[in-house]
Design a binder for this molecule. Structure first.
Ligand code: KMH
Ligand code: ZN
Length: 271
């Protein structure tokens, strides 16, 4: 088995300081939180940013500022979100691609997202995919429903994307696939040989799915975007606390944690 790649999603678009007062919001706070996670074993930062009011934004400038702060101190892989928030337009969501990040997310379908609709019609998905290929940005295929795997593979058939792809199974979003291990097994079974995958369990499914993924040879995402709790009813002190626990469990299960450059080698990124 390859070493374990831990991704941290420290901010997201939806969580608020009411959910967890330790949520980082400004570029300085996000960068500091990210760097603490790298110290504990994270090799990818799944990055969202917020505006001065703490609302989700896809502003290129705010991404640029945050990425520069992270890069000043670390060679961690930065994966910018193109998902943004459910209410954003495609043009808004695409902005961070102009910064040529090493990785970016690509959601390959539309899904109910709580009371909202996370809209990803095919022309938009295709446009995002082509822009990533043009800029040599490695996509991480965000899968909220099983059919999104097939849609990504259709883009491969059309010659737009190339195998092996890297997938992130986001499980437990209200409206998407449930956060249960039996569903994870099905999703993994649906991938072509050579593809890599990560699981991001939402809320209370984060820890059990992470543990199953470590044992299955997959990779793990944790962070306040997905879950703000450490245990039932107990808020996490920090994103780093969640990363540290995954690294500890992985150690117990005999899966050493990948450094950023080891993660690059596993994912086929330039070192
Ligand atoms: N905030 C969600 C609507 C991504 O980052 O690409 C979408 C999301 C996925 O977070
Ligand atoms: Zn995200």
């Amino acid at each position: 088995m390859d070493k374990l790649i831990i991704t941290v999603a420290p901010v997201g678009a939806e969580a608020t300081r009411q959910d967890n007062p330790n949520l980082p919001l400004t570029p300085v706070e996000i960068a500091a939180a990210a760097l603490r996670c790298v110290e504990k074993g994270a090799s990818i930062i799944h990055l969202h940013v917020r505006d001065a009011e703490g609302q989700a934004t896809q502003s290129k400038e705010v991404f640029q500022e945050t990425m520069a702060l992270i890069r000043k101190q670390s060679n961690v892989i930065i994966q910018t979100s193109t998902g943004g928030a459910a209410w954003m337009t495609a043009a808004e969501r695409m902005q961070p691609l102009e910064l040529n990040p090493e990785m970016a997310t690509l959601t390959t379908g539309t899904v109910n997202f709580g009371d909202d609709i996370f809209s990803n019609p095919m022309p938009m998905v295709t446009e995002f995919a082509k822009e990533m290929v043009k800029r040599s940005v490695k996509p991480e295929i965000e899968v909220f429903e099983a059919g999104m795997i097939q849609t990504a593979l259709n883009l491969v058939k059309q010659g737009i994307l190339r195998l092996p792809l890297h997938f992130d199974f986001v499980m437990g979003v209200p409206g998407g696939i449930a956060g249960e291990p039996r569903h994870l097994v099905h999703l993994v079974d649906s991938l072509p040989a050579g593809c890599t995958w990560t699981v991001a369990g939402i809320g209370r499914s984060e820890l059990p799915l992470a543990t199953v993924a470590i044992a299955m040879g997959g990779n793990v995402r944790v962070g306040f975007e997905d879950n703000v709790y450490y245990s039932r009813g107990v808020l996490a002190d920090s994103n780093a606390q969640l990363v540290e626990r995954i690294a500890r469990i992985a150690g117990e299960l005999g899966r050493p944690v990948a450094t950023p450059d080891e993660a690059r080698a596993i994912l086929g990124l330039k070192i």
